[in-house]
Design a protein around this ligand. Structure first.
Ligand code: HEC
Length: 221
């Protein structure tokens, strides 16, 4: 009995001190204290950890052809939106069918996770998956019929926006909607905590962006 109450007393004391610690930390942050993120180990520190002569471990993330290069582009004012990229990012015409492939690809565009497209839902009735070969030459089958609704439907997007505005939206939608949850697909720097395998990589290449724009241009009502 005595021992039990002693334990109860001890754990109550621990609980009180724990509770006291939590508001103190919260106060610290509320008081404008900077949220500190542990610094990444310096590059040479990382090297020092690897045993000598070790074979470089193959990437296990971002191995779907994500490019390290992004195209140069100029942003100008659009007709309907504050930003637009009027010139194509790559030579040659975008391929709309491939564009749909990048949009359906779960590890690349993954646009269908957030946007419904009636045309694609209709297509999915006869073709449930699209086969797409990534820039590393790996072919994957991606579902066409499962759409999320976090963003607006993309039906009629080609009537609402110019080609340059659509390009801007795919390259970096944050230039138009600063707080959007839509990822910037053709950007490879300025991130704070990406997986080391993906550091310095964009999601879509210049040519892939053009393929996606070519598909978006088919979305007329
Ligand atoms: C994580 C969710 C998410 C993903 C993934 C995503 N988007 Fe978006 N997208 C949004 C949201 C949300 C908006 C609306 C802008 C806002 O208010 O944030 C938007 C807006 C848009 C618009 C403008 C639509 C309009 O009518 O104004 C286009 C075009 C678009 N996205 C295309 C794409 C394409 C193409 C992809 C894939 C390459 C994609 N999105 C991937 C969330 C997403």
């Amino acid at each position: 009995m005595r021992l039990k109450s002693w334990i109860a007393c001890l754990s109550a004391a621990a609980l009180i001190s724990l509770q006291a610690a939590v508001p103190a930390a919260a106060k610290d942050r509320a008081g404008g204290g900077e949220l500190k993120i542990a610094a990444k180990p310096a590059a040479d520190e990382k090297k020092a950890e690897a045993p000598k002569g070790a074979v470089k471990k193959a990437k296990d993330r971002c191995k779907d052809g994500e490019p390290s290069k992004v195209g140069k582009y100029e942003i100008s004012k659009g007709k309907n939106l504050p930003a637009s990229i009027s010139k194509p990012l790559a030579d040659g015409k975008g391929d709309a069918e491939k564009g749909l492939g990048w949009m359906a690809h779960r590890r690349l565009g993954n646009c269908l996770a957030c946007h419904e497209i009636t045309k694609v839902l209709d297509l999915a009735k006869t073709k449930s998956q699209i086969e797409i070969t990534d820039l590393n030459g790996k072919t994957s089958k991606m579902p066409l019929g499962t759409h999320g609704h976090i963003g607006p439907s993309l039906d009629g997007v080609a009537d609402r926006y110019t080609e340059g505005e659509l390009r801007m939206l795919v390259v970096n939608a944050k230039k138009i909607f600063p707080d959007t949850i839509m990822p910037a697909f053709h950007r490879n720097d300025g991130f704070t905590n990406v997986h080391p395998d993906c550091d310095g990589l964009a999601i879509l290449s210049a040519a892939q962006v053009e393929d996606v724009v070519a598909f978006l241009k088919t979305l007329k009502e």
